[in-house]
Design a protein around this ligand. Structure first.
Ligand code: MG
Length: 253
């Protein structure tokens, strides 16, 4: 079990292993073998960045049975995929900017799978070998624009609409993890990854039969019931058992 971080230190983007409050810098990226290179620094000396900078952020609509029941929707027989652009990434502790185009911005707590190797046509049974680890994500959504546009690109893609992090936890079994979203300290979503229709391994396999996934690409595995609205001034947290919590605030510019 390792905690991997990506951070800004002395003007450079670096990857490291977090042990206690100490970051052990890696030789290179975590995708080319995880080797400490000897240099360390304190967590308080760096700016934490999203734990990867993916080429692709794949997301899944409607993957928790409790979320489908909440909206009285049928579960799809195959995963329904969409994408968010890497420009929507936001680090732990970063500010979600409420866009002037929207009047309804929602949180969606999600477990996020991080690919560790190039994968194409991977079976679910082989999928673990292609996974670097897991982190927390918030699939921020302009719900009014999602309904108005009839497809999801605008609603899901504003800058800052993809908080991710703070760290990648390796060796996580994703099958039975408590997942919770807290808004201003109060629980609003509370479920378990056991309620997913398609497991993270199945999602990786399915996606890899459509497009090649590269190291650092991520799959957001869907959100449970209890989605709701956020307002400027709010603090939103995604908590998943075994992972460090992801916290962000909402601001209006
Ligand atoms: Mg979602």
């Amino acid at each position: 079990m390792m905690k991997l971080a990506r951070y800004l230190h002395e003007g450079h983007i670096r990857y490291g292993i977090l042990e206690g409050d100490t970051l052990h810098e890696l030789e290179s990226t975590p995708f080319s073998g995880i080797e400490k290179q000897g240099r360390t620094c304190g967590l308080d000396e760096v700016e934490i960045l999203p734990p990867v900078f993916p080429q692709k952020i794949i997301a899944v609509g409607l993957n928790y049975r409790d979320h489908a029941e909440e909206f009285d929707l049928e579960m799809p027989d195959e995963p329904v995929l969409f994408m968010k652009p890497p420009s929507s990434l936001l680090a732990h502790d970063g500010e979600i900017i409420y866009p002037p185009m929207s009047k309804r911005v929602d949180y969606e707590a999600e477990l996020v799978l991080v690919c560790g190797a190039e994968c194409r046509n991977v079976g679910a049974a082989e999928a673990p070998a292609y996974i670097l680890g897991y982190t927390c994500g918030n699939d921020v959504t302009a719900r009014d624009l999602q309904a108005k546009d009839g497809q999801w690109t605008r609603a899901k893609s504003f800058d800052t609409f993809c908080p991710l992090g703070p760290f990648i936890e390796t060796d996580v079994d994703p099958g039975d993890l408590a997942i919770e979203l807290r808004l201003n300290g109060e629980a609003h979503q509370s479920s378990n990854t056991a309620n997913m229709a398609f497991s993270p391994l199945e999602l990786l396999s399915f996606t890899s039969r459509i497009m090649t996934l590269f190291p650092g690409d991520v799959i957001m595995t869907g959100t449970p019931s209890g989605v709701g609205e956020m307002f400027p001034g709010d603090t939103v947290e995604v908590l998943i058992a075994g992972l460090d919590p992801l916290r962000n605030s909402v601001i209006q510019r």
